[in-house]
Design a protein around this ligand. Sequence first.
Ligand SMILES: O=C(O)c1cc(=O)[nH]c(=O)n1[C@@H]1O[C@H](COP(=O)(O)O)[C@@H](O)[C@H]1O
Length: 232
Amino acid sequence: MPTQLILALDVPSRDVARPLLRQLSGSLPWVKVGLQMFTAYGPDWVKEVADQGFNVFLDLKLHDIPNTVAKSVESLSALPIGMLTLHTAGGRVMMAAAREAQLATKPHLQLLGVTVLTSMDATGLGEIGCGEDAAAQVSRLAHLGSASGLTGFVCSPLEVGMLSQSLPAGTQLVTPGVRPVGADVGDQSRIMTPGDAARAGSTHIVVGRPILKAPDPAAAAHAIMAELEAAG
Ligand SMILES: O=C(O)c1cc(=O)[nH]c(=O)n1[C@@H]1O[C@H](COP(=O)(O)O)[C@@H](O)[C@H]1O
């Protein structure tokens, strides 16, 4: 299947989001609801996005003790979501507890383990006490996640080639840190273009500001989907 686009709908209000969703309904497969909109509007917003026909990726990056994360997964399983993130840095027991809760409550929900944030570079990793370079740390966390039962990960497109060769076939590799040629990099560090991310093996790419800040966001989203199609 060609690499799918996930729009990171990081906007300040529903009034900003709704017209764009109307324009992209029927063509865009996935919408990511992240902390900005979920903290403002909660589950109602997730339901509204799903009601428009989009698959919803709920990106809350859960990171807590195993019991708290597992109970949160159980609560969130009631929502119409297809993907949900947790931090692999929470460790083996936490990931296994989350996976067990997900399988028991919502078997088709794709749990995604976030590895090393795409905003982090070697300096940032060193500052938090991680002496390894990003690729080595991503590999360590993704393999720990896989051994804990996870079947999907968030990483930068730079690490996708390495992971797709060493993780079980069918593992979902979702990559933010994607910038079309000429787009502002912003706070991202480890980046690739949509076409290169697709050719590297990303199953999904996550793009926010290059679409949201474009003069015509719907046209920008369509251009990225065309680039993915051409690469696939
Ligand atoms: O889990 C994520 O989606 C995520 C992980 C990561 O390592 N880096 C990352 O940028 N993201 C998210 O992906 C989106 C990227 O947005 P833009 O940088 O605006 O394209 C944001 O919503 C981030 O929260």
